[in-house]
Write a protein that binds this ligand. Structure first.
Ligand code: SF4
Length: 293
């Protein structure tokens, strides 16, 4: 999937499209307003990645429990690509599990088989991962989404036949839980409850590629699980985020959103139950496959 193809999407969308929204969205877009904005752009449904993240946690827990060697998280494609290209000696330490984006896309494919899946992305690395894993049809980054919302809100306001979204629109939820802290550095190991498996001094969280490289060049042999992200602060620190506020305030936005969303009632039939993921495999070869550009 190249950027040119992504831009072939015509808005407002015609047909069935589902937006898979990265959890860092809340730094850049107001919640729940973003959901009516996505509807105005023609998205039929919008889901968070929380259920996918929950599944990833479950897979990670089992892998780490049964492993004796160093395990490196593979949810950040910036890290995966850096290791594959510059530190291939660590390739076999990457966890061969889907990222929350791919896990959620697989579940969406099962539950909404006729919808095109569009990932609302915090970075260009996710574009690469989407292309290489094949479960996402299109990617729109936050800068593109901001422009689209701006452009279409004018057209939408002019349109006399517009639908009115008086009722607050919420995510088409599978699951509502603590995995919403994933975009903050260390969010993975916290939600994974890795401390139940390993000692504190066997777990290392590193954010920012410079620090990651420094560790990979001079590893600490005691470490058994590395939770690492390319961007400083985690996904909330991505350069594709429009907001210019400091990381500390971005973190506060995510935490406030979690508190607000936790109070929402989820209809029984939308609760994330593992049954919805039955029959799917969340193992991935993306971290070890070498692709040509
Ligand atoms: S940490 Fe940065 S590079 Fe990695 S997935 Fe998040 S936004 Fe993308």
């Amino acid at each position: 999937m190249d950027k040119k193809r992504d831009n072939n999407l015509k808005f407002p969308l015609k047909g069935k499209y589902i937006a898979l929204v990265a959890p860092s969205f809340v730094v850049d877009f107001p919640y729940p307003k973003i959901l009516s904005q996505l509807k105005e752009l023609g998205f039929d449904k919008a889901v968070e990645l929380t259920f996918g993240a929950k599944i990833v946690n479950k897979e990670y827990y089992e892998e780490i429990k049964n492993s004796k060697k160093l395990m490196i998280s593979s949810v950040c494609p910036g890290v995966v690509e850096t290791i594959k290209n510059s530190f291939p000696e660590y390739k076999n330490n990457l966890l061969l599990v889907d990222s929350p984006m791919v896990a959620t896309a697989k579940i969406c494919k099962k539950i909404y088989p006729h919808h095109k899946r569009v990932f609302i992305s915090p970075c260009n690395f996710k574009r690469l991962e989407a292309k290489r894993t094949g479960f996402i049809d299109y990617v729109i980054d936050y800068k593109e989404l901001k422009d689209l919302i701006f452009k279409h809100s004018f057209e939408y306001t002019k349109n006399k036949n517009k639908k009115s979204y008086k009722k607050e629109i919420l995510f088409d939820k599978f699951y509502n839980d603590y995995t919403k802290i994933y975009p903050i550095s260390g969010g993975l190991s916290k939600t994974l409850k890795v401390k139940k498996l390993l000692q504190k001094n066997e777990i290392k969280e590193i954010d920012g590629i410079k620090k990651v490289i420094k560790f990979l060049k001079n590893p600490n042999p005691k470490i058994k699980f590395l939770d690492i992200t390319f961007c400083k602060g985690g996904c909330i620190g991505s350069q594709f985020i429009n907001s210019k506020i400091p990381i500390s305030l971005r973190k506060i936005k995510v935490l406030k959103y979690i508190r607000k969303a936790n109070k929402e009632r989820i209809p029984e039939n939308r609760k994330g139950i593992f049954k919805k993921a039955e029959g799917l495999s969340f193992k991935s070869n993306y971290p070890i496959n070498i692709y040509s550009f």
